[in-house]
Ligand binder design. Structure first.
Ligand code: NI
Length: 219
């Protein structure tokens, strides 16, 4: 009897102690992990949050960027004043959505502005590591002779993407390989560089043309 009376509280005490330590480690451990994440990269907004921003026009979209085009020339948003801009963010290794949207962007340019320069299509890479200017030079002309490919430092790309509320994230696919998850909206900017709106991924050239035409200068 005596042994039992003694052993029960002792077990409880040990259990309580073990629980307390587990809790302490969990709290301290998760705090450390979070601190580590912050050091590596600041917390990014989720794809859903950024989509919400765009859907309901909660924040201004677009703005200043300074990047390098596929011919090696420095480019900023101010270079395109006087033209409508169609801005698309993606990466050349994208297997699927990017090429499809870039084809439609190329088609809409021919539909509304075949021989003019009223509209400037712009492709900004979200994978500057692999999409150098040289690499873009071999890629963008496959879609349209007037499509401008823009790359730059990781920080310059992040700044441009943030301005357009673009979600993107490098995702490892095994070994050294990676892909880039990204939102794929097509942005329409007016002739003074102001944001008019976005087209969702997979919008047809014909649909875009209907919406773009009223914004073109009268001829
Ligand atoms: Ni893509």
């Amino acid at each position: 009897m005596r042994a039992r009376r003694l052993s029960l509280p002792a077990t409880l005490w040990h259990l309580a102690l073990a629980l307390a330590f587990a809790l302490l480690f969990a709290v301290v451990g998760s705090g450390l992990l979070r601190a580590q994440d912050r050091v590596q990269e600041p917390a990014r907004r989720s794809a859903a949050e950024l989509m919400d921003v765009l859907m309901w026009n909660r924040e201004p979209v677009g703005g200043a960027f300074s990047l390098i085009d596929h011919t090696g020339k420095a480019r900023s948003d101010a270079d395109f004043r006087g033209q409508l801009m169609l801005v698309y963010f993606g990466f050349t290794y994208c297997p699927d959505i990017c090429p499809t949207d870039l084809q439609e962007i190329a088609r809409v340019v021919d539909l509304v502005d075949k021989d003019g320069d009223a509209i400037q299509p712009v492709f900004i890479t979200l994978d500057p590591e692999r999409d150098t200017s040289e690499h873009l030079a071999a890629y963008v002309p496959l879609f349209h002779p007037r499509l401008l490919g823009l790359s730059g430092s990781a920080a310059a790309i992040r700044q441009a993407a943030d301005a357009y509320r673009v979600f993107y994230e490098k995702v490892a696919t095994g070994g050294e390989d990676y892909t880039v998850d990204h939102s794929a909206f097509i942005y329409l900017m007016d002739r003074s560089g102001r944001y008019l709106g976005f087209f969702p991924p997979n919008t047809s050239a014909e649909r875009m043309a209907t919406i773009i035409r009223p914004h073109l200068p009268a001829r």
